[in-house]
Design a protein around this ligand. Structure first.
Ligand code: NAP
Length: 286
């Protein structure tokens, strides 16, 4: 598998987005969910994206992190090079998603994530989303403190604009390794943030790289050129989409979601798919 970098850590060019294992309405059984993570590891995936808030609702907060921890612990092979990237800052009230970006909350959330993941320090801890009730500078100071106190090795931010990325760079400092924003063939509004990440050597992690869980439909309708190239190459439209993501920049590390082994097996193979300049031009023109 092709490798990329997040901060000082080498990771597989294709990661696993673990969210659907917990939030999909028809989510898999625990056994099947663990099998999906194992399939990712078998395929050479060494980046797993999770979050404390990935759960059906408030009552099972931490569901996804516990699942990832269980899957890593029960895997037969070596998991020492796997980067688990989690997030804090989203809360749940019932099934609703809410926010708390205060440093005191982030500290508690991070300590809970450490416990669920069973580690001394979190590989990549991402501030999930700006909280309008907490100044961004305060949230970033809270994130920096987690690094300084050794709870977190690398820090990331998510759903951030260019101004927020720059404030994060100045407050969090060299531990700031990544920006995770929504980006897909049908949602390219973070193209400027991606370019900014490239300029400042930050990894750019596109979330919902296909456009979300109802991805198949949206991929076909928003970007038929992707299906066209997939047909020419005899591979899935998902694989072509991920190869397009990888071609945007060396700093891009997509985290396709999967709730079935077959999905992540197919997606992981995108790291070996080389699109021609002509094909890329057609996909970029969409
Ligand atoms: N930072 C944030 O605010 C934020 C927000 C949303 C998501 N995320 C992260 O981004 C990750 C990815 O986003 P997402 O899960 O929302 O959407 P996505 O990756 O765009 O789409 C996921 C869906 O695509 C299907 N799929 C993936 N690869 C496939 C393949 N090769 N063949 C057929 N089907 C395939 C999966 O189906 P099956 O379920 O059938 O396997 C899955 O449910 C999440 O898991 C999460 O870690 C972050």
């Amino acid at each position: 598998m092709q490798q990329r970098r997040i901060g000082n850590q080498t990771v597989s060019a294709i990661g696993l987005g673990a969210m659907p294992l917990s939030t999909k309405t028809d989510r898999p059984s625990r056994e099947d969910a663990v099998a999906t993570v194992h399939a990712a590891l078998d395929a050479g995936v060494t980046l797993i994206d999770t979050a404390d808030a990935y759960a059906a609702d408030e009552s099972e907060f931490g569901h996804n992190e516990s699942l990832v921890a269980e899957a890593l612990a029960s895997y037969g092979g070596d998991t020492s090079s796997v980067l688990v990237a989690t997030k804090g800052g989203h809360t749940r009230r019932g099934a609703d998603w809410e926010l708390d970006g205060s440093p005191a909350y982030l500290r508690r959330a991070c300590e809970d994530s450490l416990r669920r993941l069973g580690v001394d320090a979190i590989g990549l801890y991402q501030f999930h989303r700006p909280d309008p009730d907490t100044p961004w500078e305060e949230s970033m100071a809270g994130l920096r403190q987690l690094v300084d106190d050794g709870l977190v090795r690398l820090a990331g931010i998510s759903n951030a604009d260019i101004a927020q990325i720059d404030v994060a760079r100045s407050i969090v400092g060299p531990a700031l390794a990544s920006v995770q924003n929504q980006f897909s063939p049908g949602w390219r509004f973070s193209a400027d943030e991606l370019a900014h990440c490239e300029a400042h050597e930050l990894a750019f992690i596109p979330w919902s790289p296909f456009g979300g869980v109802s991805a198949a439909g949206s991929l076909q309708s928003t970007a038929p050129a992707f299906a066209e190239v997939a047909g020419e190459l005899g591979v899935s439209v998902y694989r072509v989409t991920l190869a397009w993501h990888l071609a945007q920049s060396e700093v891009v590390v997509p985290i396709p979601g999967a709730s079935r082994p077959a999905s992540i097996q197919d997606s992981a193979a995108a790291a070996d798919l080389q699109l021609t300049p002509e094909q890329l031009a057609r996909l970029d023109a969409v």
